[in-house]
Design a protein around this ligand. Sequence first.
Ligand code: COA
Length: 335
Amino acid sequence: MKVINSKISGVGYFVPDNVVKNSHLEKIMNTTDEWIRERTGIEERRWVNDQKLTTSLMGTYAAENAILDAGIQRDDIDFIIFSTLSPDYYFPGSGVLLQRNLKIKEIGALDVRNQCSGFIYGLSIADQYIKSGMYKNILVVGSEIHSGGLDKTPRGRAVSVIFGDGAGAAVISATNEDEGILSTHLHSEGKFAEELALIKPATTFWIDKIIDDENEDGSGYSPVMNGNFVFKNAVIRFEEVIFEALNYSNLKPEDISLLIPHQANLRISQFIQKRLGLDDDQVFNNIMKYGNTTAASIPIALKEAMDNKKLKKGDILCLAAFGSGFTWASALIKW
Ligand code: COA
């Protein structure tokens, strides 16, 4: 019996047209271009200004591009995995909306809620389904509209300057060649759930409780983040999970052809690069242009890296992420 491997056969992305430069944020939230660049590396991000653009619609555009890139038809897709922390609706999930938008047959659709690690969690699920022989072509999508939920007053500046809107997608396909996903490693540590979170509205703060609560002050309706603490944990976990992937395949940092870290903060990426002893051309960053797009950041960066000819057949590609949950994850891929 032939071994079934799974590979990334196509990648696509979509970002809204509306570019929001740091200079614009200077005008609305008591921040400076210098502060944002120095602390995060971000120069601009995209924020949706077209009311018709939803998380699932942006995911659809990214998915259409990925399907085109894979050279298959939409009806060749036999499962959907949709990662987002900013879904169109509380329920149902965005995967079913993607199925509707793509006008394809009634295939399964699963939503993943693992924030910045969401794309790699999705990739890992797809990898298992493909290797088990259950499916042949799976769409893994990460899409986020952060802008509508951010506090754009000076009160929200520590969080709001970081996040951007965007969508990325990959088609994961079965192959009998010696190529594709070598491993995925997934982790979580829920004791730090509230260190980076959007708490309300949700069942813990159900609308009935809010109406009855005299102390309700409207806080908690935009993301909260203990930035310093997140940073310290991120740099440790990124390094750990990348080494976990390398050790699993008996590889060393110098064997990595390209590392694409989740685009959380340029300083985090630079720190990991230094810890692993990687050269500049071994790491791909584009946070400068898009900010942190959470589940979308890795597929957007991957497509840009491909367009910039940063990957060739046989290369070792490492993906790694850390974020809210906390959750963190890595994937090692023979391109
Ligand atoms: N503009 C100007 N000043 C700001 C600011 C902003 N947008 N946001 C915060 N500040 C101020 C703070 O109020 C504080 O002022 P003070 O010293 O007078 O109290 C000062 O800048 C330093 O704040 P601090 O939070 O300690 O800064 P930092 O060096 O930790 O940088 C982050 C903040 C958010 C950039 C950094 O902690 C970080 O990147 N953390 C990881 C975040 C992340 O990656 N999140 C996503 C995970 S996937």
